[in-house]
Design a binder for this molecule. Sequence first.
Ligand code: NAD
Ligand code: UGA
Length: 463
Amino acid sequence: MKITKICCIGAGYVGGPTMAVIAQKCPHIQVTVVDLNEQRITDWNDPDIDNIPIYEPGLSEIVAEARGRNLFFSTEVEKAIDEAQVIFISVNTPTKTYGKGKGMAADLKYIELCARQIAKVAKQNKIVVEKSTLPVRTAEAIKSILDNTGNGVQFQILSNPEFLAEGTAVTDLLNPDRILIGGDTTSEGEEAIKALVDVYANWVDKEKILTTNVWSSELSKLTANAFLAQRISSINAMSELCEKTGADVNEVARAIGMDSRIGPKFLKASVGFGGSCFQKDILNLVYIAKSYGLNEVADYWEQVIIMNDHQKKRFSSKIVQTLYNTVADKKITFLGWAFKKDTNDTRESAAIYVADDLINEQAKIAVYDPKVSGNKIQSDLNYLETRSIEENKDRVVTFDNAYEACKDAHAIAVLTEWDEFATYDWQRIYDSMHKPAFLFDGRNILDAEKLESIGFIYNGIGS
Ligand code: NAD
Ligand code: UGA
């Protein structure tokens, strides 16, 4: 089967960039990205390309090239499903906030809605691709819904998890380490796998396209995220020990990373990992393990989250302790709010939790982030429901200039590793602050020696 029409349900951080790259690399395929969120679709269609809803280096250029040619953003979900041979499901799968599995399991209500809608609309055979990250064996439930509520047409379910990281989504999509496609071992399953392999083969080496059974593919995605997050929690655990012993975590990371069996990536000690997926996917893994009665497996992976929560708390406690055990009414400036550099995404950002702790201690927080708006910062804090909207407004002020944000501060805390922070005139910032001027580098990106020579009392992670 030759694919000429693709539909993607979900125009978010995965659906948008992934489909933009497929459209750019496969001009012969019409790609329509649909979403229930009208504002999001309006933003994707904004004539001013700088206003598309997701900031990723290189993305606006790709959208500008393909949009209107073979890339379309629309709210007409049913029409797009009807026309497509392949339907990617890229909707969100957040942690459940209610009922059985609350706080642990993935909430599959959006996935089920998609499956029911596809079943209702489809009048010809379709390939349905799980792009969202899903618990192992979800394809079984999707298949059951499609087969039992559909119009008698045939569906093939493929698992094709996405491994892009935000901030580097475009390069990750253009040069993926691998593409993983899981499908049935029947001849129809194999035909569906081949059709999707052929789409990716337009720009990805065939050797990098891995095909497996559906369950291996679904579980590999959760496993990859668990392993990545585990490395961060492992180095963060060592960062606390470094602080007690005089070892330097950057030196330790370098020393172990040169062991080719360990490797140098994902060993950067930090204020804790954030983002929409690591925590959600590990909690989901823990829940799945528990549901099979595998308590030791569940406990093992849960420790990655426990360590990450500890690291965020430890950072805010350190600020309070260092500032003579009180931050009440002191101005503490956050440089960065996004969960990592080069993205405007703030989901589960460590900054939110550190700010919450410090506001509980009655600190005044000033924030500067090059890509995150004041409204977003307020809504992130309000979402925690720790205090009233008015109180958050009173306690947290956002600036669109770092020098203004740092003026009259007692301390600066670096929460995101934006490159521009290293280029600042730190003498000027120091001169404008209360003395002694403290700097807490939650990302170890600044030059400690230089800052100390200016007069800052510098605190990195793990040294
Ligand atoms: P997102 O919240 O940015 O986007 C999901 C979109 O789906 C939203 O715009 C929402 O309105 C839309 N949606 C939900 N239900 C719908 C429905 N029934 N019909 C039409 N639209 C609907 O989420 P995301 O970050 O793109 O993540 C999507 C999935 O991909 C998740 O499972 C996530 O775990 C996985 N993933 C995310 C990343 C990442 O970097 N964000 C990377 C790899 C995998
Ligand atoms: C992560 C994975 O890297 C992707 O492969 C995966 O597709 C994605 O999750 C997903 O499933 O959503 P992402 O969360 O976008 O991508 O970004 P990462 O680069 O993994 O960073 C996650 C967090 O870990 C950030 O807060 C980052 O600052 C932190 N981090 C990362 C560290 O603290 N230290 C490191 O060495 C690396």
